[in-house]
Design a protein around this ligand. Structure first.
Ligand SMILES: Cc1cc2nc3c(=O)[nH]c(=O)nc-3n(C[C@H](O)[C@H](O)[C@H](O)COP(=O)(O)O)c2cc1C
Length: 286
């Protein structure tokens, strides 16, 4: 996949044409999903595709920002067995599918939720596996407008407003990447030397719950530490998906330019003294 190109273009789409996606493309997506990138190897997942009529009315008023359900011709419902880091693994795989879909001309959007078991009942899914992602999928309607939250920078309000443009704002690399210790802004030249600048450049385009961009990185002599902001208005599920998505973006870009990297989930031994409202989610050696 041409990750750089797709990452530069992809956006969340909330308005879809009624027409169904070409069966060939849906098949291609399914195949990609079977072989696609994984964060943790031995977690069994399942994906179920359902149509608008099987999902939209059933979940209206129950899922999404401010319980605002997104209407789409298809929904992808991802289920996973419950193991360590199963939500991160799901976030990683699902976002990769969303990137693949975009490369095929198919748009998508995450739909957040709280009560996975209740959703399974409402849409008739009988499975022991946990619901880990609900995604709207279809062809973008040309009149699409982006729904995103006020201001978007460190937004703490739950208001969602409709704006005319199609691009969400992003923080800069200098806001997100520290060198050696928390708060010490990284010098882009140093990041170039490590071959990491592009990873961050594209990484910051990752989607996140309410576009909160909760990620901070510390680059410390070949170790990249990922810290994620804890916010009271964000559920653990949303926090863990946000974590996974940035790991995928970073991996995909670094791998396409340099070498393979493997994230280790959890904390490194060294104490990076991250503030209380952040937690270290993962690190990798580059
Ligand atoms: C975990 C997660 C949950 C999300 N839930 C919703 C949602 O329920 N409704 C919605 O319209 N967008 C949702 N989004 C999309 C984000 O608002 C969007 O990715 C962000 O504002 C950045 O915009 P962009 O994807 O167009 O770049 C979600 C994104 C993530 C990562």
């Amino acid at each position: 996949m041409k990750y750089k190109e797709i990452i530069s273009e992809i956006k969340s789409v909330r308005l879809y044409k009624k027409e169904e996606v070409d069966a060939k493309l849906l098949n291609e997506l399914k195949q990609y999903y079977e072989q696609g990138k994984r964060l943790v190897n031995d977690i069994e997942m399942e994906v179920i595709r359902k149509s608008r009529d099987e999902v939209f009315e059933q979940l209206k008023g129950f899922v999404g920002y401010n319980n605002r359900m997104i209407e789409a011709p298809h929904y992808l419902i991802f289920l996973s067995e419950e193991k360590d880091y199963y939500i991160e693994n799901a976030g990683y795989r699902v976002q990769d599918i969303m990137l693949k879909a975009w490369s095929l001309g198919v748009a998508s959007c995450w739909i957040t939720f709280e009560n996975g078991e209740e959703i399974k009942k409402k849409i008739g899914i009988d499975s022991d596996k946990k619901l880990v992602a609900l995604i709207a999928l279809g062809y973008e309607d040309a009149h699409n407008k982006v729904l995103y939250e006020k201001g978007s920078k460190y937004n703490t309000s739950s208001n969602v407003k409709l704006v005319e443009d199609n691009t969400s704002e992003r923080l800069g690399i200098r806001d997100l990447v520290f060198s050696k210790e928390w708060g010490e802004k990284a010098d882009p030249d140093e990041l170039v030397n490590y071959g990491l600048l592009e990873g961050f450049f594209y990484g910051i385009l990752a989607p996140s719950y309410k576009n909160r961009q909760p990620w901070r990185f510390i680059v410390d002599n070949g170790t990249v530490v990922l810290a994620v902001k804890k916010d009271i208005y964000v559920t653990e599920y949303e926090e863990r998906i946000d974590t996974a998505v940035i790991m995928l973006y970073f991996d995909a870009i670094i791998e396409s330019t340099l070498y393979n990297i493997t994230w280790k989930l959890g904390k490194p031994e060294k104490d990076y003294k991250v503030p209380d409202d952040y937690k270290i989610a993962a690190y990798c050696i580059v």
